[in-house]
Design a protein around this ligand. Sequence first.
Ligand code: 5GP
Length: 140
Amino acid sequence: MAYDSNNIFARILRGEAPCHRVYEDTATLAFLDVMPQSDGHTLVLPKAAAENLFELDDEAAAAVMRTGKRVALALREAFRPDGLTVMQFNGADAGQTVFHFHLHLVPRYAGQPLRSHGRGMADGALLAEQAARLRTLLGS
Ligand code: 5GP
């Protein structure tokens, strides 16, 4: 399937749609998931167009993982979770709903099951406060 340059993450990357930005560099952007499966749920994207892992070039793959690790450390500091799950879906049949490659960084809290995937909008003011805290920790 050809990359759809109007998918919501492509629009966020072009600044046409808003996001609660956590971190940005020349190759990647990280922002909070608007329907978080746990507090602090963050998405990490390459800026280069790539629908999924199969399409991702090596440079973008390395950049995404570097940013993912950096943001994971900030999530640990900000939210003090008991663990962190990294998820990444390729293809609708694998659970992918937005067709621009992204890593999910999902902090985990003892005794708390994950909330549903892609359902239940978080409070915007809460996300804004959480993103600001993470940006401070990341110096971004
Ligand atoms: P996927 O199913 O493709 O792996 O995950 C897509 C994720 O994007 C879901 O967790 C969903 O909650 C999130 N999402 C969908 N639309 C938006 C949006 O407009 N903004 C943000 N920040 N996240 C979104």
